[in-house]
Ligand binder design. Structure first.
Ligand code: GUN
Ligand code: FE
Length: 456
């Protein structure tokens, strides 16, 4: 496969690279073998060769290539309740909305319907990799992994563990700590088997919902599984999400949840920690030392945390940071929304809510993320965090890409001049693109969305 086109990819956290009529040569494993610029020696010969054997494809003028987005925090079953309940605090929302919804996923046919719709929709807005929480049901969780595998999305999937009978409703919880650990281990092996014949990768994730829903016995057992399966299983949980949750860990253990998750063996370079809004300096050091990932979920944080995670501080401390939608704690299922919210929220932190109040009410200088920073978090940052060669349109990376057509009739992009600077076009796409603008999506070299054919 050889694809010629113009577009954007993250160069560093602070810089976006624009390429013009670059030729991406993609091998049979869906990996970018080389990126040739029009001035390069073999550009013409490679192009001619691809044209001759019918593998050449060119992206039209006015359309731009971007790396596929990486969404590292999604509650897939909550797609069924997306957009509801957000005026409640987290601990009320869980009992009133979320647990009743998730309990319905004991029905595998319902699970199939919801999961297919979500994965399809996420792919169609350019999300090529996602880390999912399913539900406590092992079979339903497997339906999600199978759906992502078949539809072509690179997915990390976890069977949720919530075993504490004191903390969880009788109708929705694991039968016991022992059962939760055994079901998780079975799930890890089932997904590993599925991964053997997947093109793009489907990975099992050890998923204690969060400390308040698990017993120490379950947390310890899951930590042991994390050690045993550390070559291919990931770990995910919620960390320092809200005052309530953060305070809960201190009350139960006298320590932060970050500290305790590490004690349980759940804080490694394969740990995906959603939210992480309130880390202490010491907690931040634990992140940086272990290589664990803080997943920024800015929209959800506005609702449940009522706070803004200081992402620039995290980056300066050497922490891995990625972006998440947190469906349905955040209702926006595409990462364009998360990029925009990350920009907005960081500015609220920078300026403070009310400049006329006392000094401590003012903002935190140096907090504002640039658009390049936010784009990095949604692409290369996610890839680096996971330790996978994804998130960049560069040689050696998977061909996970999306085409944004700025001239599509559904577009609302004010581009009027023929020679508009690329940096302006990039900003307009990031801030204004709508789902219809994303026309084609590939994962690992495989075309998974092609709206030009009316396929999806
Ligand atoms: N904490 C525990 N469970 C959840 C959940 O489903 N969503 C969010 N946002 N936070 C949680
Ligand atoms: Fe969440």
């Amino acid at each position: 496969l050889a694809i010629e086109g113009s577009g954007f990819t993250s160069k560093t956290r602070d810089e976006v690279r624009y390429f013009e009529h670059a030729l991406f040569v993609i091998d049979e494993h869906g990996v970018i073998q080389s990126v040739l610029e029009p001035g390069d020696e073999c550009y013409q010969s490679e192009k001619a060769q691809a044209q001759a054997n019918g593998t050449y494809q060119s992206i039209a003028d006015g359309s731009y290539l971007l790396p596929g987005f990486i969404d590292l925090h999604v509650h897939a079953p909550q797609w069924a309740q997306d957009g509801t309940g957000l005026d409640e605090p987290l601990e009320v929302w869980l009992g009133k909305y979320t647990f009743p919804t998730e309990s319905k996923f004991a029905d595998e046919s319902f699970a199939h319907t919801v999961y297919e719709d979500l994965v399809t929709r996420m792919l169609s807005t350019g999300t090529t990799t996602a880390s999912y929480y399913a539900t406590v049901h092992r079979n339903g969780s497997l339906v999600l992994a199978q759906g992502a595998e078949r539809l072509g999305q690179r997915a990390l999937v976890g069977k949720v563990v919530m075993d504490d009978p004191e903390a969880n409703p009788e109708y929705y919880r694991d039968a016991s700590a022992q059962a939760a650990i055994e079901e998780t281990e079975r799930f890890i092996n089932e997904v590993a088997k599925l991964n053997e014949h997947s093109v793009q990768g489907v990975y099992p994730v050890i998923t204690p919902r969060f400390i308040p829903s698990c017993t120490d016995e379950a947390l310890r057992g899951l930590g042991e599984l994390a050690e045993r399966y550390k070559t291919y299983a990931y770990i995910q949980t919620h960390c320092s999400e809200s005052d309530w949750e953060h305070g809960y860990a201190y009350e139960r253990y006298g320590r932060s949840d970050t500290h305790m998750l590490r004690e349980f063996g759940l804080f490694t370079d394969r740990s995906i920690l959603a939210h992480s809004v309130y880390p202490s300096e010491e907690d931040m050091r634990v992140f940086a030392e272990t290589g664990a990932i803080a997943v920024h979920c800015p929209l959800s944080n506005a609702f449940f945390a009522g706070a803004v995670a200081p992402i620039r501080r995290y980056l300066a401390a050497g922490m891995h940071v990625a972006l998440g939608s947190d469906i349905s704690g955040g209702y926006n299922p595409d990462l364009y929304g998360a990029i925009r919210q990350a920009m907005i929220s960081s500015r609220m932190l920078e300026t403070g809510v009310n400049r006329d109040l006392a000094a401590q009410e003012r903002g935190v200088e140096g907090s504002a993320l640039t658009l390049s920073n936010a784009f990095y978090l949604a692409t290369a940052g996610g890839g680096e965090s996971l330790g996978l060669p994804i998130g960049r349109l560069e040689a050696g990376y998977a061909w996970d890409a999306q085409v944004v057509d700025t001239r599509h009739p559904g577009a609302r992009l004010p581009i009027f001049e023929p020679n508009e600077p690329a940096s302006d076009i990039f900003q307009k796409i990031m801030n204004l693109a709508v789902p219809e603008n994303v026309r084609t999506v590939w994962v690992q070299g495989r075309k998974v969305v092609n709206k030009e054919n009316g396929a999806r």
